[in-house]
Design a protein around this ligand. Structure first.
Ligand code: CP
Length: 312
């Protein structure tokens, strides 16, 4: 595999899940594969899980990870073509990506959206530029519109915890104080569309995600109706897609409470704001899968790195 930037880079989800579970059972089985190989992790935005789990995955494979908070510590990067660089940017992505490719055998990038310019965000300017100008394989550690490492993680977690052949999975919008990206929701939808699950989305009116991504997945504007007979409830906030990047509702009625879940397991990518998105009683109950989900980030990343290294 030459890149992992989108859920569509997964050629066969069931076999990926099976392989990730085998890696989880024996994480150090491929220590020779990554020997003398360097993984460069470039963060334009904050992270806890992605930063640590991807390094851990690299170490499990015998790789050497190196990390840079690129927007804070590097020169300001210019992405425009033919720009006269007499402003705040000091280095063009053409040189930056090519130079990082001299030091690293694989590059992983995190770059969030602006949430002010839909067209620019959907062009995936940063990811696309790295794909174009880097000369080594690229991994998306959450871009403007997708978080495929999280999507793969979530599929592994559902597969591990289901007691049914075809569980019901609900992706529910939940309130938040800040305008958040659509990336996690998008990748979760795209992953569930590849999985043998009964999948629905619940969000207030005005919060429907990109129809090119939701496609024919049922969308409920009534959370209670959507949660009926659910086996997994995945909560996530996102800002409006239609009124791009705006918060149009902060209705606390959409917060996930224990009595809403019934028998359903609770999932969230983390970080989560307690008693805003979900109440303490859910996170502190045996319904919650959030810590196991975070643990599985390592094995999703390890599988992706393994597939890239095997292709080398
Ligand atoms: N879920 C997730 O991507 O967490 P971080 O933002 O902490 O990496």
């Amino acid at each position: 595999m030459k890149k992992y930037t989108h859920i569509n880079d997964i050629d066969h989800l069931p076999s990926w899940i099976k392989e990730a579970k085998a890696l989880k059972k024996n994480p150090l089985q491929n220590q020779e594969l990554g020997k003398n190989k360097t993984l460069g992790l470039l963060f334009f935005n904050s992270s806890l899980r992605t930063r640590l789990s991807t390094q851990k995955a690299a170490l499990n494979l015998g790789m050497n990870p190196i990390v840079m908070n690129i927007s804070e510590d590097a020169w300001g990067i210019e992405f425009g073509d033919k720009t006269v660089m007499n402003g705040s940017t000091a280095e063009h992505i053409k040189e930056a990506a090519a130079v990082v490719s001299q030091y690293c055998d694989v590059i992983a990038v995190r770059a969030f959206p602006s949430l002010t310019d839909k067209e620019k965000d959907e062009s995936e300017q940063v990811l696309t530029a790295f794909l174009k100008y880097a000369t080594v394989p690229l991994i998306n550690m959450e871009s403007a519109t997708g978080h495929p490492l999280q999507g793969l993680t979530d599929a592994i977690t559902i597969s591990e915890n289901t007691t049914k052949k075809r569980p019901k999975v609900v992706l529910s919008w939940a309130p938040h104080v800040k305008a958040l990206p659509h990336a996690v929701g998008n990748s979760f939808i795209q992953t569930m569309q590849k999985m043998d699950v009964d999948f629905v989305i619940a969000n207030p009116k005005g919060y429907d995600l990109n129809p090119d991504i939701t496609k024919n997945t049922p969308i409920y504007h009534n959370q209670k109706e959507a949660f009926k007979d659910a086996d997994f409830v995945y909560a996530k906030n996102w800002s409006s897609y239609e009124d791009y990047g705006k918060i149009i509702k902060t209705d606390t009625n959409w917060m996930i409470r224990k009595e809403k879940l019934g028998k359903a397991k609770f999932m969230h990518c983390l970080p989560v704001r307690r008693n805003v998105v979900v109440e303490d009683a859910v996170l502190e109950s045996d319904h919650s899968l959030v810590i196991e989900q975070a643990n599985n980030r390592t094995f999703a990343a390890q599988l992706v790195l393994k597939k890239i290294l095997e292709n080398d």
